[in-house]
Design a protein around this ligand. Structure first.
Ligand code: ATP
Length: 284
């Protein structure tokens, strides 16, 4: 599947411009991470991609055809986990998923539900009412409904929120397996989620794309802008401190800066440093 986004802009009826002139090509197989601070425009982009909102300007093409032209056929090929997801609390996990499978028009609903229950490790909760589930288990039900029917394009808005570290690793691996032959787009605030599995990273800030490339490219761009040093009494406004650790030798700091001060030791950037530096630079 190939998604072509051309000069896409979105202004909400209240006048808030959430996206400005976005152009992107996304093609399967790929696992694309969408990063950006709160309010950057990630959810808006995802809602436009699932045809849940109408763009103010620009176009989105799926395999060369405008979304609206073949909307029903396009939606059949989609799996979507929105950021806030209304689950039917009184239904059991299994009934809810069968209901979603019916809405998706799947023929063998029982088989489809069994497959996704196993994918998300919720088989033993199949008969539990949704209201009795923990936050992480509810999130897994949300991921399960997105996976129903083997969609070609999976869109997950903050899928690992509420999951414990072990569950996050399980889902990262699941997304990575899905991306072997599908297009998977996931938004997250958790850098490790992106670092360990995404082959492409898109950073959005104030509705604009600030970076599109591999995580390694973003790290490479940040070389020469990361340093460590022992804390000094006076503050250096040109430095953006990303970590502060109390050690036996005093407080050790890590920072990003356009120009490193002479007293600091250069350090190899992590993806988190690179992301923070990009956002800091976009602010100035
Ligand atoms: N329905 C709406 N009406 C008006 N403004 C909106 C609406 N939805 C979102 N916005 C605004 O659009 C901007 C982008 O919001 P969006 O939810 O896309 O950001 P986000 O990157 O997903 O943020 P977060 O990480 O906090 O979920 C924000 O300023 C937000 O307040």
């Amino acid at each position: 599947m190939k998604i072509s986004i051309n000069s896409l802009s979105m202004t909400y009826p209240n006048g808030k411009q959430a996206l400005q002139d976005i152009s992107l090509e996304l093609e399967s197989p790929s696992l694309v991470g969408l990063l950006g601070p709160n309010g950057a425009g990630k959810s808006t982009l995802m809602k436009l991609l699932v045809a849940g909102l109408t763009e103010s300007a620009g176009t989105i093409l799926a395999d060369g055809a405008p979304l609206r032209k073949n909307e029903t056929a396009y939606k059949r090929r989609l799996g979507y986990l929105p950021q806030s997801f209304g689950l039917y609390d009184e239904l059991t996990v299994e009934r809810f998923l069968e209901y979603m499978a019916a809405l998706k028009g799947l023929h063998d609903q029982k088989k489809a539900v069994q497959a996704v229950l196993s994918d998300v490790n919720l088989e033993e909760k199949r008969r539990a009412r949704i209201r009795t589930l923990s936050g992480g288990q509810r999130q897994r039900v949300g991921i399960a409904q997105a996976l129903l029917g083997e969609p070609r394009f999976l869109i997950f808005d903050e899928p690992t929120v509420g999951l414990d570290p072990e569950e996050r690793i399980h889902f990262r691996n699941l997304f990575s397996r899905a991306a072997q032959d599908k297009l998977v787009l996931l938004s997250t605030h958790i850098i490790e989620d992106v670092q360990s599995v995404c082959n492409r990273l898109i950073v959005i800030h104030h509705g604009r794309i600030r970076f599109s490339g591999t995580p390694q490219e973003l790290i490479r761009m940040t070389r020469g802008h990361v340093c460590t040093f022992s804390e000094r009494p006076e503050e250096d406004a040109a430095l953006h401190i990303t970590a502060r650790v109390n050690t036996a030798d005093g407080v050790q700091c890590r920072a990003v800066a356009r120009t490193l001060p002479a007293y600091a030791q250069p350090a190899e950037p992590t993806l988190e440093d690179a992301y923070l530096y990009l956002i800091e630079e976009a602010e100035t």
